[in-house]
Design a protein around this ligand. Structure first.
Ligand code: NDP
Ligand code: GDR
Length: 370
């Protein structure tokens, strides 16, 4: 049985990847931070009672900023594969916490690579580094491929650029099997609530159910190449099964503005939106409500722009060219954007209906602030 070590196991990708590897018969070890409240919602269904025999899923406390912890864990686990997914992954927040982001996302990657080297596991342990389309930043070329130059536009992007190159350097210097997956945005029903897609599908569901009046977003013109996280974690595994260690772009090859994602989310529940105004004056209004379950007034304002969500420097356009992954590894996306929006909206509507029962019963209050 192969043994995998996943940092960031409590995150969106960590949860899907754990599920995927366990189905493949792996023993999975995950790195989890100590938190004052449980934060294992995404992996609770995989949790196993520590008192039973034959477990195949283990959680360990640790942090990407703690070298001795990482060295000890890798020594104990002796992994065949490490998936380094842990990161302060929110681009806007990285402007607020640039030093910590550099430490966790940049130096954290070095700590993993160097632990493997120090422990003499260079020939045994394969390493996947969660690189990102944020490396491309300011548009140099479209679509973006493995050969497009990098120009990161945030402390997050810059930290990930260090992580990218230190991974390449350890591969070249020490012959390690270490790869970068340059993944474009990927989303799902378990996406963090403050990333734009999930913020939109949650807010759309609340608005449809009458639990919220309107949503506030930042830059509606930004264009992203959005795929489904389930398709992308499969690719992380495929990358580590290839004969040679290389770097790979994973993307759908289509791009969509944030505004269109909003329109598609409302359309999913039978609500037609129209947008009026420009820049910070832009607003979204209900043009038609074709679903009798929802009583939305025609002309109701459901979307406004709040400049507080603008970033000091923005990445305007991302569109990836996944030709290499498709031709050399045979990767295909099963979900297109429409299927992704549907999956997220169905899940969030259910969640919000549950909230509605709790609120109606006096057991809960809603938190509108995201
Ligand atoms: P999430 O934000 O959902 O998960 C991040 C994970 O990292 C969480 O488990 C988090 O723990 C953990 N983490 C954060 N800081 C530390 C730390 N200092 N020590 C240990 N663990 C830490 O991200 P995703 O699952 O979406 O992304 C996975 C990786 O892929 C990240 O590295 C991200 O930057 C990268 N990426 C993501 C893309 C996407 O579109 N999703 C695209 C390209 C790259 P906790 O739960 O305690 O917060
Ligand atoms: P991104 O994702 O920055 O691409 O990073 P995010 O969903 O945060 O933003 C996408 C685009 O939407 C615009 N936007 C808003 N974003 C947020 N979060 N909230 C808003 O209200 C809002 N309004 C407009 C943003 O300005 C941006 O242009 C994600 C993360 O998962 C990274 O870890 C990963 O590396 C990249 O994707 C690829």
């Amino acid at each position: 049985m192969k043994v995998a070590f996943i940092t960031g196991v409590t995150g969106q990708d960590g949860a899907y990847l754990s599920e995927f590897l366990l189905k493949k018969g792996y023993i999975v070890h995950g790195l989890k931070r100590r938190t004052s409240l449980f934060n294992t919602d995404r992996i609770d269904h995989l949790y196993q009672d520590p008192h039973i025999d034959n477990r195949n899923f283990f959680l360990h406390y640790g942090d990407m900023t703690d070298s001795t912890n990482l060295i000890r864990l890798i020594q104990e686990i002796q992994p065949d594969e490490i998936y380094n997914l842990a990161a302060m992954s929110h681009v806007a927040v990285s402007f607020e916490t640039p030093e910590y982001t550099g430490n966790a996302d940049g130096l954290g990657t070095l700590r993993i690579l160097d632990a493997v080297r120090l422990l003499g596991l260079e020939q045994k342990t394969r390493i996947y580094q969660a690189s990102t389309s944020e490396l491309y930043g300011k548009v140099q070329e479209v679509p973006q491929s493995e050969t497009t130059p990098f120009y990161p536009r945030s402390p997050y992007g810059v930290a990930k650029m260090y992580a990218f190159w230190i991974t390449v350097n350890y591969r070249e210097a020490y012959g390690m099997y270490a790869c970068n997956g340059i993944l474009f945005n990927h989303e799902s029903p378990i996406r963090g609530e403050t990333f734009v897609t999930r913020k939109i599908t949650r807010a759309t569901s609340k608005i449809a159910l009458g639990l919220q009046d309107k949503m506030y977003l930042g830059n509606l013109d930004a264009k992203r190449d959005w795929g489904h996280a389930k398709d992308y974690v499969r690719m992380m595994w495929m990358i580590l099964q290839a004969d040679e260690a290389e770097d790979w772009v994973i993307a759908t090859g289509t791009t969509t503005p944030v505004r269109e994602f909003v329109r598609m989310s409302f359309a999913e529940v039978g609500i037609v939106l129209e947008f009026k105004g420009e820049g910070i004056e832009e607003r979204g209004y209900v043009k038609a409500c074709n679903n009798p379950e929802y009583q939305l007034e025609i002309g109701k304002e459901v979307l406004a722009v709040d400049p507080k969500y603008f970033r000091p420097t923005e990445v305007d356009l991302l569109i990836g060219d996944p030709t290499k992954a498709k031709t050399k590894l045979g990767w295909e996306c099963k979900y297109d954007l429409q299927a992704l929006v549907k999956d997220m909206m169905q899940s969030d509507l259910k969640l919000m209906q549950k909230d509605q029962y709790l609120i109606d019963g006096g057991y809960s209050v809603l938190n509108y602030f995201e």
